[in-house]
Design a protein around this ligand. Structure first.
Ligand code: OXD
Ligand code: MN
Length: 616
């Protein structure tokens, strides 16, 4: 690796591949972090293909990556994480605002000065023996008005290459950081130095990490410090840490929205185009909806983003959205030929897989990729596996990391710096009962109420118990960088600002179960029927039946042609169950009671009162 400096006792920032930044604060930060963490070398990531080749080759030699059989999966790799580092660590995620009330009751809080000291101790010498990668990156199209710049420092080549897929990294981003350009510093270390204090060197392991983990955000200074994990949102700091937690604070201060939402472009059979943004908690099929292949003739869905939306009122007063990311970090299990053929095409090559199974022919496999499992494979832990093993071959939170431009359904405007006009916002969760298939909010505050009262069964994307119902307002519970009550108030305010240009809001739920525990709605490509109803509502072509919980479809106006669904079961999922909703109101009242009433918007209290009253 000619661009790397040879190991030296003292780190040096001389001769980065792409020259020093024009931003003194950036150069000073790199220097200071190098002095603190004491890496063997510093490398400024340039974002080139040659760099990707060198880094992946090094990781293959070192055992961090396995090169997949290029006949099946060209330029693609498998990483196996340490079994103790497989998901986001919400209990180790902290918002370090000066006032604990600014973090609010849904976040873990630490005093910023105490946290800074603690982190400085942890980071001290944490990169000894390793390379420190400096990764300039842009969240959003380069130079776009809605986009933001950041620089991640990491001692993980896996993170550096994953960032290259997930964001716009390297020289192009660095050039945009002028002497006075704001940028977000994002510091990351796996916390596993290769040289001890006494100078003893140890061999590296395939997936270095530390038992001690901290994912810290300093909203006032807009900084990220992440220690001890190499996995996903803990380590690819552009994603959850920047694009959601820090950006949500920027958005509050500057009058925009940073949201855990996919964005799709929908074209009707009449060739009319609509853009929808949709919030779902982790692993609720967001990537599937983002890549929906409609089952109904004449409809087309194209992908703009699968996880995050940044939305700002444009000069015309309408809400415009960009996908700040450049790639997908999708959950592998359940992604297959029948559920999401577009995703399986997207990952044809140039993909990093993490914690999936390795087939004997050098390709990958996971539960749900194909209906017939391979007769033999190596599981995510590196052990022999057969369908009779009684264990899963792929970890439930195993992932693929791939550039968005490989997606066959990517919309032509997906990287338009101006973004797309959002016509409707959808809120959904995994709700086996109560919440109907689709309902329309009667007003913006009612829509905010729908977002604020979202709840969902937990999944494997975060550590903890799977299958518990938890409140997950706006699917932002683990991602809001400030007090959730203030966040609700910000949404109410945005509606006042948007006025009649505010998008329509809908609640959706694909996950209703019948008495036998089976899903009532077929989901996946059939969700296009719900999208059709939503679009027809935007056009005013169908009626929404007024009910206390919002506008519900008339059964005959929901397109179920060719669908094998029991009419009674369908009627049940587009109706209001007053008893269930009364229980829901009681649970929502308890939930709202957990917020400071001085911060909690009265508009939401009124919505709850109205719902309770209307249910009788
Ligand atoms: C994700 C998540 O990885 O939400 O997108 O956990
Ligand atoms: Mn997500």
């Amino acid at each position: 690796m000619s661009l790397l400096e040879s190991p030296t006792a003292e780190p040096s920032v001389a001769a980065p591949s792409s020259g020093h930044s024009h931003n003194t604060a950036l150069n000073d930060w790199v220097q200071n972090i190098a002095e603190l963490t004491r890496p063997d070398r510093i490398y400024w990531v340039d974002g080139s293909v040659g760099e990707w080749d060198r880094l992946t080759k090094e990781m293959v030699a070192q055992g961090t990556l396995i090169r997949l059989n290029p006949e099946w999966r060209p330029n693609s790799f498998l990483a196996r994480s340490d079994p103790d580092d497989v998901a986001r660590v919400e209990d180790r995620t902290f918002i370090c605002s000066t006032d604990p009330d600014d973090a609010g009751p849904t976040n873990n809080w630490r005093d910023p000065s105490i946290m800074r000291l603690e982190l400085s101790e942890l980071f001290a010498a944490s990169m000894r023996g390793r390379t420190m990668y400096v990764i300039p990156f842009s969240m959003g199209p380069l130079g776009g008005d809605i986009s933001q710049l950041g620089v991640q420092i990491t001692d993980s080549a896996y993170v550096a290459t994953s960032m290259a897929l997930m964001t716009r990294t390297g020289d192009a981003a660095l050039e945009l950081i002028g002497p006075h350009t704001p940028w977000v510093p994002a510091l990351h270390s796996v916390g596993a130095p290769l040289v001890d204090e006494d100078g003893t060197r140890r061999d590296d392991v395939a997936w270095p990490h530390s038992e001690t983990k901290y994912i810290c955000h300093f909203p006032e200074t807009r900084e990220i410090w992440s220690f001890g994990s190499g996995y996903g949102g803990n380590a690819l700091l552009g994603k959850k840490c920047f694009a959601l937690r820090i950006a949500s604070v920027m958005a509050r201060d500057e009058g925009w929205l940073a949201e855990h939402m996919l964005i799709i472009k929908v074209t009707s059979p009449e060739n009319r185009v609509f853009h929808l943004a949709a919030a779902f908690p982790s692993a609720c099929g967001k990537t599937n909806l983002a890549m929906l292949a409609p089952s109904i003739p004449g409809w087309k869905v194209e992908t703009i983003g699968d996880d995050i939306a940044w939305m700002r009122p444009g000069t015309d007063g309408r809400l415009r959205a960009i996908n700040p990311e450049r790639g997908f970090f999708g959950v592998a299990p359940g992604t297959g030929e029948s559920t999401n053929p577009t995703a399986t095409e997207t990952i044809w090559g140039n993909t990093i897989f993490t914690n999936v199974a390795l087939r004997d022919d050098g390709d990958v496999w996971w539960e749900g990729l194909t209906s017939t499992p391979p007769a033999h494979a190596t599981d995510w832990r590196g052990n022999d596996w057969t369908p009779a093993s009684g264990t899963v071959a792929a970890h439930p939170n195993s992932r693929f990391t791939v550039a968005a431009e490989q997606c066959p359904s990517i919309a032509s405007e997906w990287d338009d710096p101006e973004g797309v006009v959002i016509d409707a916002i959808l809120f959904g969760g995994r709700r086996p009962s109560t919440v109907p298939l689709v309902s329309e909010a009667r007003s913006w505050p009612h829509g905010v109420f729908m977002g604020a009262t979202m709840a969902s069964e937990t999944t494997a994307a975060a550590t903890g118990q799977v299958g518990q119902l938890r409140h997950d307002p706006f699917a932002m519970l683990p991602f809001a960088g400030y007090n959730m009550a203030d966040y609700f108030a910000h949404w109410i305010k945005m509606g006042e600002r948007l006025g009649e240009n505010a998008p329509a809001v809908f609640s959706v739920n694909w996950f209703r179960k019948d008495a036998d525990g089976g899903f009532v709605w077929p989901g996946f490509s059939e969700n296009a029927r719900v999208i059709e109803w939503i679009v027809r509502r935007l056009e005013g072509a169908v009626t929404a039946r007024r009910t206390p919980i919002g506008g519900l479809p008339l059964a005959h106006e929901l397109n179920t042609e060719g669908l094998d669904i029991d009419p009674q079961a369908l009627a049940g999922i587009i109706d209001v169950e007053p008893d269930a909703w009364r229980r829901e109101c009681a649970s929502v009242a308890d939930y709202f009671g957990t917020f400071d009433p001085r911060r909690f918007p009265v508009a939401l209290t009124r919505e709850l009162e109205r719902l309770t009253r209307d249910l009788g």
